[in-house]
Design a protein. Structure first.
Length: 95
């Protein structure tokens, strides 16, 4: 995703995607917020605790499912972490 990300594009895509729930939307917007705070880099580190707080997600199971789904549905590229340490993700082009 580049710095000219438009929220309208995101909502036009998710409005047609019946698999997406309010938890997915909330988490995706928390990810966009972190991406913008960090200056819109190609990839961003994933801080589960902060993202759960921003997205108002209380259960780790919900967070894990939403991250997995957003990757599987091709909204983000979130490869599994191979070693202990920070996870990273990249946004995929939506339109």
């Amino acid at each position: 995703m580049n710095a000219d990300f438009k929220l309208q594009d995101f909502f036009s895509v998710v409005s047609e995607d019946t698999r997406i729930t309010v938890a997915h939307i909330s988490l995706y917007l928390a990810l966009v917020n972190e991406w913008q705070i960090q200056g819109c880099p190609i990839g961003i580190p994933v801080d589960r605790t902060r993202l759960m707080y921003l997205a108002k997600i209380n259960a780790r199971q919900t967070y894990d499912k939403c991250m997995h789904d957003l990757h599987a549905f091709r909204y983000i590229n979130y490869p599994p972490k191979r070693a202990k340490g920070e996870s990273w993700l990249e946004f995929r082009r939506l339109v």
